[in-house]
Design a protein around this ligand. Structure first.
Ligand SMILES: *Cc1c(COP(=O)(O)O)cnc(C)c1O
Length: 397
């Protein structure tokens, strides 16, 4: 019995390899920054970190973390409601709610948990959850754990969203909620939040947005997708991560009104049954938020870099998705081509990973680059030149 179990796993792994879908891990032997050392001793330009504001190795952020380790210890060794709450947890929740414009906030150890634990306490079989087809895996899992009726609309297709809202209404759903990523992480595109909010208004639905690739740098003050669209009070529930622009360690949150947050604190399973966030991460994230508010030039540099890079890559003839977001997907189609290209780029000193099924749809493989505020013009030019060289070698241009 055991033998056949392990044999079937080996079979499956072999199939993944044959299809060119096997994901290798590479080892980084330096802190996360624009240039990283790999375990084999080479030094490469890094274009695949979520470190949009360059805070993962920022001196002040690191100092806040190490001072907190000294003062508060290493870990809480408890869940929040037992003996895992430090005054800093509450301060960060208050800071995030006031920065993002909500009544209250609840921290999780990851946004995956925030999304995973969000729906089940708030919605049941009388309700309808209407979700974009390309939403993040954690949203999909969170919805699966909830008994509400599920509706899925074609990615960013507003007439299909309207169809779902109509159906939910006809079926007499008590409460309806539209759920979407704020920025789609594989495409670097924004949800059509203006249209989503006006449909939500029309159908009296709530709106939930996951702003993992927006919090801290999208919008004029870094408040995210709502601010990008100039929308106030349209998004009822906002989730986000501390593991990307806000220092890059880990942690997630839900911002919403008090009753939502209070109920999550009573009933949300990843909150009730998982350890509290380390105080050092909490302290470092507070510092990261101070930097977000105090150094708007970082945000500005992201968009200058992104605009320049996107423009030059298009001139070379590459197909690039999105408009101005620092996630820049270079579309290649075939998974093997994307893997090969990524390997060639690495040999030429550029670290940028290929994405393919199941992370993106079949035959939509791509190299996804992520620009940050600390990339220099020279570094961007080096990537552009290398893409030209490798693209010509592989007959892609
Ligand atoms: C990264 C990401 C998550 C998961 O965040 P973690 O804090 O790393 O668990 C959830 N949703 C989206 C859209 C993401 O991009």
């Amino acid at each position: 019995m055991k033998k056949s179990f392990y044999a079937s796993l080996e079979n499956e792994l072999e199939k993944i390899r044959e299809e060119g879908l096997f994901k290798e891990e590479r080892f980084i032997a330096s802190p996360q920054k624009t240039r990283v050392e790999l375990a084999n001793g080479s030094s490469v330009l890094n274009f695949c970190a979520n470190d949009y504001l360059g805070l993962a190795n920022n001196l002040d952020v690191k100092k806040a973390a190490s001072e907190s380790v000294e003062k508060d210890g290493f870990g809480m060794a408890s869940v929040r409601f037992i003996c895992g709450t430090n005054d800093k947890h509450r301060q960060l929740e208050e800071k995030l709610s006031s920065f993002l414009g909500y009544e209250d906030c609840i921290l999780y150890v990851a946004c995956f948990d925030a999304n995973g634990g969000l729906f089940e306490p708030l919605f049941d079989e009388n309700d309808a959850i209407i979700s974009d087809a390309l939403n993040h895996a954690s949203i999909i899992d969170g919805i699966r754990l909830c008994k509400a009726k599920r509706f899925r609309y074609e990615h960013s297709n507003m007439s299909d969203l309207k169809r779902c809202l109509e159906e939910a209404k006809e079926q007499g759903a008590r409460h309806k909620i539209i759920v979407s990523d704020g920025v789609f992480s594989m495409d670097g595109t924004y949800a059509k939040l203006d249209e989503i909010c006006s449909l939500a208004n029309e159908y009296e639905a709530l709106v939930m947005i996951d702003d993992c690739h927006a919090t801290g740098f999208v919008g004029s003050n870094g408040r995210g997708t709502s601010e990008h669209f100039g929308i106030k009070d349209g998004v009822d529930i906002l989730t986000g991560t501390l593991g990307k622009a806000l220092g890059g360690a880990s942690g997630g949150f839900v911002c919403a009104n008090k009753s939502v947050v209070e109920l999550l604190k009573q009933k949300s399973r990843p909150y009730l049954f998982s350890n509290a966030l380390s105080p050092s991460i909490v302290s470092a994230t507070m510092k990261a938020l101070e930097i977000v508010e105090g150094e708007p030039d970082r945000r500005q540099r992201i968009y200058e870099n992104s605009k320049y890079f996107r423009g030059e890559m298009k001139k070379l003839g590459f197909e690039i998705l999105g408009t101005d977001h620092p996630i820049v997907p270079v579309m290649l189609g075939d998974a093997k081509v994307a893997q090969h290209m990524s390997k060639k780029l690495l040999e030429n000193g550029i670290y940028a990973v290929g994405f393919f099924y199941p992370v993106v749809p079949k035959n939509k493989a791509r190299i996804r680059l992520q620009i940050n505020s600390e990339h220099t013009k020279e570094e961007l030019d080096k990537v552009i030149d290398t893409f030209k060289k490798v693209g010509e070698e592989l007959n892609l241009l």
